[in-house]
Design a protein around this ligand. Structure first.
Ligand SMILES: [Zn+2]
Length: 292
């Protein structure tokens, strides 16, 4: 039988993330050689494509994107996070001439850069998100992937919350590196699976409380990195890691209801995130790497 090998190092030995029956559906395993956490087997390209075409992009059930298209988008928690990212990119690269965002989603990051006078364009797998972000923010977005993007090079490429959604991270990072000018900068934000949040969720699952883990290790995240594994990925593509910074994102939005369970989850997450910041084990990491 053909055993799927590790998408980072090619290793074939894996340890299940959790062995309990409740968690087997998550299909996550950790590579015994490089320690990358990944779904096994990976969904096919087709399955990933189909998933994002039917994703709740207009917010019929979940208001996340819808809130980021309205006039008050920058006043939302997510809007403030996106503004911080855009300000960080502008501060790190004072005169970026051409910026590409891969997985531009709602388009708000592109809008903020365009408003700052930067040439910013996006590429987005979801046809609907590409259309709606053009309508809402007047941004320049190609529907498709880096495979179908017209030939062009960029000074800055940004991927916010994208890397964990792809089945072949080597391919994505190689394509991004090929699109960067020499000396160009790649910004990647992705979950840090060494975070305190992950430890807490796995600890709860071991105690028999597995619903947070089932939600957290659901079907849309395919690979989960930590600092060592993401360094390894980048360095194999001649991208020199200049900085890895911890970041917290608003995961409490998954528990926004008025019920007791959601209120308890929000209080727990608030405390946990405070401690995580103090001990530098936040739930996300932002990697800044420069092409040689
Ligand atoms: Zn591996």
């Amino acid at each position: 039988m053909d055993i799927p090998s590790c998408v980072l190092c090619g290793g074939t030995g894996f340890t299940p993330l959790l062995t309990s029956a409740a968690m087997q559906a998550s299909r996550f395993g950790r590579c015994n050689e490089c320690s990358l956490l990944q779904m096994r087997p990976m969904p096919s390209q087709r399955e990933v494509f189909d998933y994002y075409q039917t994703y709740d992009i207009v917010g019929e059930e979940h208001s996340y994107f819808r809130a980021l298209w309205g006039p008050d988008s920058l006043a939302t928690q997510e809007g403030m996070e996106i503004r911080e990212r855009s300000e960080w990119v502008l501060a790190t690269t004072p005169t970026p001439r051409r910026v590409l965002e891969v997985g531009s989603g709602h388009g708000l990051f592109l809008k903020l850069l365009s408003d700052a006078g930067v040439h910013a364009e996006g590429v987005e797998l979801s046809q609907r998100a590409a259309e709606r972000s053009r309508q809402a923010h007047g941004v320049h977005v190609h529907a498709g992937t880096l495979d179908t993007l017209p030939d062009a090079k960029f000074d800055v490429i940004a991927m916010w919350d994208l890397l964990e959604h792809v089945a072949d991270p080597h391919r994505l990072i190689a394509q991004a590196a090929a699109r960067l000018d020499s000396g160009g900068i790649l910004f990647v934000e992705t979950p840090d699976e060494a975070a305190l949040l992950d430890r807490a969720i796995l600890g709860l699952a071991r105690l028999g409380v597995s619903w947070p883990a089932r939600q957290f290790y659901g079907i849309h995240h395919l690979v989960l990195f930590r600092r060592a594994t993401i360094r390894r990925l980048f360095e194999e593509h001649d991208l020199r890691v200049e900085r890895i910074t911890g970041a917290s994102t608003y995961v409490a939005r998954s528990f926004s209801g008025p019920g007791l369970r959601d209120r308890a989850a929000r209080a727990f997450l608030g405390g946990l995130f405070g401690v995580a910041k103090l001990v530098d084990r936040q739930n996300k990491m932002i990697v800044v790497a420069r092409k040689a």
